[in-house]
Ligand binder design. Sequence first.
Ligand SMILES: [Fe+2]
Length: 249
Amino acid sequence: MIDFHTHILSKMDDGAKDDSVSVAVLLQEKAQGVKKIVFTPHYYGMRSAESFFLSREEAMARLLPQIPQGIETRLGAEVHITGVNDPPHETLCSLAIQGTKCVMFEFPFLSAWSNTLVDKVADFVQETGYKPVIAHAERYTEILKNPALLSEFADMGCYVQLTTDAFLDKTLRNFAFAALRQGLVHCLGTDAHDAQRRPPKYQAAKETVYDAGYGEEWDRTQEIMRRLLVGETPKLPFGNVRKVFGFYR
Ligand SMILES: [Fe+2]
C-alpha cells in the first residue's frame, strides 16, 4: 500500500518531533503493509522554497539510515494555497513530489475560500501542466458544503486525496464512501504526525472499505498512486466525472 500524505520527517512542522518518532511511525506503517511513503511536510510560503528544501534534505539525511527495510520513501510537500498571494507557479512546481508532476495543495479548512482560489488552481494546471493533489479533501468545510467541488477539481486535472481515517470516522465516513463510490478518491494518505496522537491508520481503513464492498475502488486508488509515483498521469476512474455528487448524508 502507498501512503501519499505524512508528516514523518522530523523537525519540519507539527509532525514527528525527532527521528525516534519518525522510526516508530515508519514501523507502524510497515506493520500495516504500507510499502511506499511520501513525506509531505507543510510548506506555508513564509520561508523561501530553498530554505525548505535545505531543511528537508537535512531531515532526510538524518533519517535515511534508520528507514526500516522494505519501505520506499519519496520527498514531497503539503503546500498551503489560499488563492491570494500564493507562491509563483515556478515555486509551486519545484515543490512537486519527487519524480512526479504532482504538487500537494492544502486549502483553508474552516474559513470561506477566496473567490479566486478555484480559478487559481485551474490556471496553475493550464499554465504548468502540473497536477495538484488536493490534500485531505474531507477536511474542508467548503467541500463538505458543496461536494460537487470535488468533480470540478477532478475535471480540471487534479487528484483528490482522502485521509484513511475518514473511512473510520462516524461523521466523515458517509462523505468518504460517497466520494469513493463516485470515483472521486484518487489518492490515500494517513496524514500521520506521530506514533500516539496521530498515528497512521491504514490497515483498519482498508478492512472497513473492503468489508463495505469497495475493495475494487480501494485497489484503484493504489494503482493511481503507484502510477503517479512512476511519473505517469493516470486517467481518473470515470473519465467524465459526474457533475452531481448527490446526497451523502
Ligand atoms: Fe498534512
